[in-house]
Ligand binder design. Sequence first.
Ligand code: ATP
Ligand code: PRP
Ligand code: NIO
Length: 477
Amino acid sequence: MRNLSLLTDLYELSMANGFHHDLPQTNATFDLFYRRVPDNGSFVIAAGLQQVVEALQDFHFTNSDLDYFRQLNLWDESFLAMLANFKLTCQIKALPEGTPVFPREPLLTITGPLEQAQLLETLVLNIVNHQSLIATKARRLSYAAAGRPIMEFGARRAQGPDSALYGTRAAIIGGANSTSNVLAAKLFDIPVAGTMAHSWIEAFPDELTAFRKWAEQYPDNSALLVDTYDVLNSGIPNAVTVFKELRAAGHEPVGIRIDSGDVTTLSQAARTQLDAAGFPNAKITISNALDEHIITSLLHEGAPIDNFGIGEKLITSASAPVLSGVYKLAATESNGQSTPKIKVSASREKLTIPGDKQVYRLYEPGTQRAFADLIALATETIVDATSLTVVNSDPLSVDRQQRLTHFEARPLLAPVDLSNTTSIPVTTIQATTQAKLAELPRTTQRLVNPDLYPVYMTTTLSQLQTSLLNKMTILAD
Ligand SMILES: Nc1ncnc2c1ncn2[C@@H]1O[C@H](COP(=O)(O)OP(=O)(O)OP(=O)(O)O)[C@@H](O)[C@H]1O
Ligand SMILES: O=P(O)(O)OC[C@H]1O[C@H](OP(=O)(O)OP(=O)(O)O)[C@H](O)[C@@H]1O
Ligand SMILES: O=C(O)c1cccnc1
């Protein structure tokens, strides 16, 4: 594990230095949330908490870091002494990885000395934005694949080693079933999987020999790549020959992979040939720049695909390469006095929600059916209610006030124990994702024009937001 404490923007250190001198003994609460869902979806899958915890457990500055700071000659020795003896005392609250999270909801909050909490902004955003983006993309692909396994194939096209490694972790959280990335598989205990490249076929004098040699090496892992020369006239017939030889030797063939051409036509013809040859259980794997729209279209056309191999469009979230999660000051506290904070912007959409908060998922009583979320102040008690007036949290919404009847409210943000060095297995987090997705209305999960899932605020929180907004507007006038 590398020490990532310096993976920050200069201004975080500059502000921390200023806070150290000008606002000592001041605590702060920051919220990490996002405003817009990539790919016009309706939610994001939260991911990356484990790597945030690991980075914070190891948050310190080395002698070499301090020498570098001295060279910069920007900050005085009192601040550098604080960094040299840095002991993180912040408290983290977060919702579990794999939880679908909606715009404006804090998915992680950090409370602690202002100078410390400010310093964490860049690193925490870097980790959570990346992994949540890829987990969200994987969820879309997995939704399109409708239960068919997805192999993550993206390492070669990821933006560098880190995005291959942690992107694979996030892809599994979002719904991919296995990876070809051996380092990710080893580190995160993910099922590792793979077939062969065209070079294997090209390296032998002919395709049949190449298939035979593969089958000799891997008689129980014979997924043969059939598109190097001609799928229907050479690839499948040669694969069938080798499958028959394998079966005669007591091994059941795995299947084929097609990596080019018109996938529907080729997979249908391949299925027919494999069935006719007595291999109805041989699986058809498809790869080649697949995304959720191509997958939807292929399945709609009736392509008989068993597995998908997905690389570049998943690991880079190519169609929506940014999740713009932000880290905003929600409250400060000094001398026992808490002061909620708000950011007012020329863009109404960017209005923040003040105060130390909790997020509740609201369920129809006695069921696992969620129908809305509610953001409240942490000090408020939300009881299961038959009737509650709430306010839409979207500052752009028109009809803001609503009356909710009959719900059970379950809190999402929970304290994170930074002394805990065990981690939840990634496949367990994937199961959490599936369970939490199953709670959401089906209409909010579809890929095209999903139904908006309501995120409300309590009236107390809304009134606090409005009063701060009015105060700030008067000050600005
Ligand atoms: N039936 C289909 N419907 C929709 N998209 C398809 C269909 N068949 C293939 N595609 C997709 O069309 C895109 C282009 O496929 P094509 O085989 O032309 O790729 P290519 O990159 O030119 O081939 P190669 O990988 O051999 O260079 C790929 O993203 C592929 O997944
Ligand atoms: O297309 P992706 O979703 O990223 O999936 C991974 C791709 O990686 C391999 O291609 P390779 O690098 O051998 O190049 P190719 O396009 O010529 O097959 C494989 O054959 C897939 O096509
Ligand atoms: O194992 C495979 O088939 C594979 C791995 C990486 C990229 N493309 C394909």
